[in-house]
Design a protein around this ligand. Structure first.
Ligand code: UT7
Length: 323
């Protein structure tokens, strides 16, 4: 049985760090409020002229090197973003060109903060059916470009960054002891669009627009739907959350991470958290956190790892793999 195995990871954060303190000069907020309600202490913000493809290319190069491959070995790039360089072409094709890769296929996936999980789902299916051999899966955002810097209910929550993984098709035994993706699950429900959306777009307004969110309502849906998705994702292959070594969640709010962890009886140290340092980087948050926890030695070969995310749409999902 062919499995899609994570062979390497990489990430990149823009140089400039914006602290909570710096935000108090722009909007009526406090460091204390932001830390207590979200766990966020700082976020990275892309420099003027620095684009999503710039961040994505840095992360991709690091992931390819980590996998011990060359860009020429990659035959598929799927990039999750809500903040593409251009309305078209896909940011993935810009990364493809910058990696010097002129074969295979590259395209974007748009599922906002759940984009990386959606991209994993697509790539897993393509690798297992022989459509590609070595894929780059990237989550990259310059989310700061969508923020209304006068709206304190949203501008304090987000940051910029990119994370990437290389996934390769490898032969497995067909058991849960195999390395690679064991189970993936994606869901959406378009009825909740107005709780989390951007008020612009090429077809509707001809503008890029700004993020709008009814945070406390999104919060309630997120905790319930994420917990259910992770349970179902594990159950699809006859496992449950007690089998999982680590959970790498979407980094929206420390209180969501704590709430979901509690519901699923995970120990706090099993839940990887980077929200304090990165804030919410939308589609980049899961691969950024995954790269952090692999590089610092917490997640090791053989560990069973659950990824999850929740975002605008609503969209949400989970993916279970063995490193
Ligand atoms: O990544 C996609 C998914 N997104 C999420 O999962 C985000 C989910 N939501 C959240 O993380 C939280 O709901 C927030 C962090 C956005 C807000 O926390 P909350 O505990 O749900 O607060 P709230 O929205 O109920 O607001 C409480 C108060 C309000 O004041 P009043 O009406 O009680 O007087 C807000 O106006 O906090 C006020 N407030 C602020 N105060 C200081 C809102 N933003 C700020 C701020 N600084 N930045």
């Amino acid at each position: 049985m062919i499995r899609s195995v994570i062979r390497g990871t990489g990430s990149y954060l823009p140089e400039h760090i914006m602290t909570n303190e710096a935000l108090t000069e722009r909007v009526d907020t406090t460091d204390e409020w932001i830390r207590e309600r979200t766990g966020i202490r700082q976020r990275h913000i892309a420099a003027e002229g620095e684009t999503t493809s710039d961040l994505a290319t840095h992360a991709a190069k690091r992931a390819i090197k980590d996998a011990g491959l060359e860009a020429s070995d990659i035959d598929l790039i799927v990039l999750a973003t809500t903040t593409p360089d251009y309305t078209f072409p896909a940011t993935a094709t810009i990364v493809q060109e910058r990696l010097g890769m002129h074969h295979g296929a590259a395209f974007d996936v748009q599922a906002v903060c759940s984009g990386f999980i959606y991209a994993i789902k697509v790539v897993d299916a393509m690798l297992r059916t022989g459509a590609a051999k070595n894929a780059l899966v990237i989550g990259a955002e310059t989310f700061s470009r969508l923020l209304d810097w006068d709206d304190r209910t949203t501008c304090v929550l987000f940051g910029d960054g990119a994370g990437a993984v290389v996934m390769s098709a490898e032969e497995g035994e067909g058991t849960n002891e195999d390395r690679g993706m064991l189970s993936t699950l994606i869901r959406s429900d378009g009825r909740h669009r107005e709780l989390l959306y951007v008020d612009g777009g090429p077809s509707k307004t001809g503008t890029v627009g700004h993020v709008r969110m009814i945070g406390n309502q999104v919060f309630r849906h997120a905790v319930t739907d994420i917990a259910a998705a992770m349970k179902e994702c594990a159950a699809q292959v006859g496992l449950d959350m007690t089998d999982v070594d680590y959970c790498v969640p979407h980094q929206a709010n420390q209180r969501i991470l704590d709430g979901v962890g509690k519901r699923l009886k995970l120990r706090p140290e099993q839940v990887i958290s980077t929200v304090a340092l990165h804030a919410n980087t939308s589609a980049a948050s899961v691969p950024l956190a995954l790269d952090t926890a692999i590089k610092d030695g917490r997640i090791k070969d053989g560990h069973l790892v659950m990824l999850e995310a929740f975002g605008g749409g609503f969209t949400w999902g989970a993916a279970l793999f063995r490193l």
